[in-house]
Write a protein that binds this ligand. Structure first.
Ligand SMILES: Nc1ncnc2c1ncn2[C@@H]1O[C@H](COP(=O)(O)OP(=O)(O)OP(=O)(O)O)[C@@H](O)[C@H]1O
Ligand SMILES: [Mg+2]
Length: 247
């Protein structure tokens, strides 16, 4: 589904943030990415979505390498890749459901005001996605009034409106309390299994990776430190791998 080969990013200041990185994430698979601050996790995600242009390497999705693409072809190829950030980045003065519906914009193009410009089917779908993340009752509320956990759910619903095949999440639970963090991870796992979405999720909590990921990838100084399926690892082994090799 998503295949990364030799992905390398050297920033103009000379910093090598990602070095010859290989990674595969299958449909329906949830892969956790563990690594210390500054190890290159966000750079990896930004190179995959082509928010950054990597210095070298390939990022294949559905038989298309995104790295050399630009313009309309890049926009089209990107439609199936959704991002979720540590902070939900919702439009605060808009309603929850309008924020969710905005995820469908890329598929329709053009400008958007309120619901204008989006077909009714997308507006109805937005309510469905909200229901899926358990927030149907907050549809009309202004996004700026939500709690952090609720806002993150709305961000996930917005990503779903994009109808992604790949979901890239950069520390989606970093600012949430433990209960909300488990809720979000459960939801991401549910989406990977039930919607067959490939999920790549940066985490700082070994326990969450252990509980929800199918595989865990460690990154250190921009390089792959380990790539292991979860089922053959006891929890302490994951912690040790993280402490010894990734942190
Ligand atoms: N635009 C840039 N120019 C120069 N260096 C950069 C740039 N963006 C990131 N870096 C550097 O690349 C390295 C990797 O950064 P990145 O943001 O990918 O780390 P991270 O693993 O996501 O860290 P954190 O856990 O703190 O979010 C860091 O040393 C960072 O300072
Ligand atoms: Mg980061």
């Amino acid at each position: 589904m998503l295949e990364v080969h030799g992905l390398t990013m050297r920033f103009p200041n000379g910093k090598l943030a990602l070095a010859d990185f290989d990674l595969t994430v299958g449909a329906g698979e949830l892969v956790g990415v563990l690594g210390g601050n500054g190890s290159g996790k966000t750079t990896l995600l930004r190179c995959i979505t082509r928010m950054l242009t990597p210095t070298a390497g390939e990022a294949w999705f559905n038989g298309v390498n995104l790295v050399p693409l630009s313009g309309e072809r890049l926009r089209q190829a990107r439609l199936s890749l959704a991002m979720i950030w540590q902070h939900a980045a919702l439009v605060r003065r808009r309603s929850v459901v309008a924020n969710v519906a905005s995820g469908a914009l890329g598929r329709h193009g053009g400008l958007w005001t309120a619901f204008g410009g989006l077909p009714m089917s997308e507006c109805r779908a937005a309510y469905r996605y909200l229901d899926q993340v358990g927030l149907a009752d907050l549809a009309g509320q202004r996004a700026g009034t939500l709690s952090g956990g609720q806002a993150q759910r709305v961000a996930i619903a917005r990503a779903l409106a994009q109808r992604p095949k790949v979901l890239l999440a950069d520390e989606p639970v970093a600012s949430l309390d433990p209960e909300a963090a488990h809720d979000i991870m459960r939801l991401l796992r549910h989406l990977s299994k039930n919607e067959n979405i490939a999920v790549l999720c940066v985490l700082h909590q070994v326990d969450l990776a252990y509980e929800y990921a199918d595989r865990v990838v460690g990154i250190r100084d921009g390089r792959m430190a380990f790539d292991r399926p979860m089922h053959d690892l006891p929890r302490d082994a994951v912690r040790q791998l993280y402490l010894n090799e990734a942190a």
